[in-house]
Design a protein around this ligand. Sequence first.
Ligand code: AMP
Length: 235
Amino acid sequence: MTNNSADNAAVTFRDMGLPEAILKTLINLGYETPSPIQAAMIPHIMQGRDVLGQAQTGTGKTAAFALPLLSGLDLNVKAGKPQVLVLAPTRELAIQVAEAFQKYAENLPHFHVLPIYGGQSYGPQLSALRRGVHVVVGTPGRVIDHLEKNSLDLSELKTLVLDEADEMLRMGFIDDVEQILKKTPAERQTTLFSATMPPAIKRIAKTYLRDPQEITVAAKTGTADNIRQRYWLVA
Ligand code: AMP
């Protein structure tokens, strides 16, 4: 594995070779410069490399994978079998990530993304999958259900994203994640994001990622300089 600090890259979204349709959307959204994780990751994901990112929410990690993956989609083919699958620990995150893809794809005509998660009835998910989608964002349990029903076909998958992998581990989904990994094409690109790297996540990375670019972004959890913290010890 190679390691890259994400601290001193000074590049623009244009430098990274993102298509005009996406650059236009970023201007509309007011994204002026890539965040450190975006600057460090987007070029590698664009090249099709596997990536292991240690980063928390709030660092811009969603755009770090969504922007390059949207750039690499084949939108000429009618939306059919998914080209990208994102696994997320919770329904809320799955919806949020699907909405981010939709937002960044504003100027990509015919783009389709579908969130699939437990607790929602199968009907709308089944008909959307039947109509065809480019990107699926799902929670592991429901993704397995669809694989078992043969309603989700991963045979054309180009990229798998594991988002908040340590949370999926904490919530007991890691066996499901591994089962899904085994059902994806061997030549797929894999990107794994995790705020922490417990041994089980390291093992997943070692087993399923090929020579990943490793990127760590320091957590921004410091206290502002103008705040003084004091504490009292009590019995
Ligand atoms: P995330 O860490 O993916 O949850 O993103 C945190 C927030 O930062 C989201 O609200 C994004 O819309 C926003 N964001 C991501 N990248 C950028 C950027 N380069 N410039 C400005 N805002 C951004």
